[in-house]
Design a protein around this ligand. Structure first.
Ligand SMILES: [Ca+2]
Ligand SMILES: [Ca+2]
Ligand SMILES: [Ca+2]
Ligand SMILES: [Ca+2]
Length: 288
């Protein structure tokens, strides 16, 4: 019995110390064509970010899959080809639900914004021996108002926009409210406070960004809705639709210097563009 226990202990120790290293040199073909990335693991709901993982001056591709919560790293070479490098996944901390890589402190190294208990956790990217690693910057983002500081709400089922919304150089956040019907604009006042872009100091600038009310529909939402002294109140039958709130991606779609946005729902098979035609005042819907 003693020998059996020793044997199990040795096997357990070996397993605990074994490192899984997938063999990426094996080729696989389907219908006569060699597959580029046959053993990447499959993607359920991928989220993509640029990041230079190996500091060669070329942005590589970071993929975070909501289905597995695991990062997938594809290294890009100078010819534009991507190669799967699973070993770099160990450079990233444990991540949940959604992940966006942004350079909040303008040091040229991507940082991590990820979901954490109804809010957002931030890790700062650093270079160690020619590879990217991360240190915890903010365990949970907060914003300031007249009551003090409050956790900056983000939903685990949606994805906020983390971008320089007001084009002053620091990273701001657009996130649907707890009621999921209006978008809140959390303004970073790092630049305004004289700290350049290296701080994360948020104030609630707008309760209803874009005067937008997004209900249960898959076809956008109502525009020019006056903010009702706070988050707009849901007046629709929640049982008729599966999900309110949306993922938000901001970018300058028409190149006119202001922020447009794409909204997408997990219960809809279409995306909607909101185009800012007068800065943060008037928007219009285009269904795609
Ligand atoms: Ca690179
Ligand atoms: Ca950075
Ligand atoms: Ca800003
Ligand atoms: Ca600012």
């Amino acid at each position: 019995m003693k020998k059996v226990l020793v044997l199990f202990s040795v096997i357990y120790w070996l397993n605990a110390n074994a490192q899984y290293i997938p063999n990426t040199t094996i080729t696989a073909a389907q219908y006569g064509s060699t597959l580029d990335l046959p053993f990447i693991g499959g993607l359920t709901a991928p989220q993509f970010s640029d990041v230079d993982v190996n500091f060669d001056g070329i942005n590589d591709l970071f993929i975070f899959d909501r289905g597995t919560w695991l990062p997938i790293i594809l290294i890009k070479d100078e010819t534009g080809n991507f190669t799967y490098h699973p070993e770099y996944a160990n450079n990233f901390p444990a991540l949940e639900d959604w992940v966006l890589l942004r350079d909040f402190n303008c040091d040229g190294i991507m940082d991590i914004f990820t979901y954490y208990i109804g809010s957002t956790r931030v890790y700062k990217g650093i270079e160690v021996a020619g590879e990217i690693y991360f240190t915890l910057e903010k365990s949970m983002l907060e914003y300031a108002d007249f009551t003090g500081t409050t956790a900056l709400y983000t939903s685990r089922t949606d994805i906020p926009a983390i971008d320089d919304i007001d084009s002053d150089g620091d990273i701001d956040i657009l996130s649907f409210s707890v009621s999921n019907s209006t978008i809140r604009f959390y303004e970073n006042i790092s630049v305004e406070s004289g700290f350049g872009c290296d701080s994360l100091l948020f104030e609630l600038n707008e309760l209803c960004w874009g005067s937008l009310y997004e209900g249960f529909t898959c076809y956008g939402g109502d525009l020019h809705v006056a903010c009702k002294g706070g988050d707009a109140v849901e007046d629709e039958n929640e049982g008729e639709r599966a999900h309110i709130g949306s993922t938000i991606v901001t970018y300058d779609q028409d190149g006119d210097g202001d922020v447009d946005a794409i909204l997408g729902d997990n219960s809809c098979n279409n995306l909607c563009i909101i185009e800012t035609v007068a800065r943060l005042v008037l928007q219009k819907w285009m269904k795609r």
